[in-house]
Design a protein around this ligand. Structure first.
Ligand SMILES: N[C@@H](CCC(=O)N[C@@H](CS)C(=O)NCC(=O)O)C(=O)O
Length: 105
């Protein structure tokens, strides 16, 4: 499974969706709490483009942007229930509504 760390803060809906995905998949992870008013050196190093949570660190490699992280989690831990449906049209529809939700937040 490797070492998994999640940089997050309790108030972030984007971070909560990653927590739910990891729990659904049964992936053990370490929580790295971020104070967004005083971001850690590691957060800035791992997400230099947006400097935001969530960031998933898997065996030392950072993955940024919550929808990208969700798809990574689904692809990497693919022996348990899938987050995205198998059917390509249903996947496209799911991605549409996920993006719609993001655009409205
Ligand atoms: N598009 C990003 C949005 C992440 C985001 O907006 N995170 C907020 C917390 S909810 C953040 O880290 N804000 C810090 C800042 O804007 O400096 C994602 O989906 O991961």
């Amino acid at each position: 499974m490797g070492e998994v760390k999640l940089f997050w803060t309790w108030s972030s809906p984007y971070a909560h969706r990653i927590v739910w995905a990891l729990k659904l998949k049964g992936v053990e992870y370490e929580t790295m709490y971020e104070d967004l008013a005083n971001k850690s050196r590691l957060l800035l190093e791992y997400n230099p483009v947006h400097k935001k949570v969530p960031v998933l660190l898997h065996d030392g490699t950072p993955i940024c942007e919550s929808l990208v992280i969700l798809e990574y989690v689904d692809d990497r831990w693919n022996t348990t229930a899938r987050l995205l449906p198998e059917d390509p049209l249903a996947r496209a529809n799911t991605r549409f509504w996920a993006k719609f939700g993001d655009d409205q937040v």
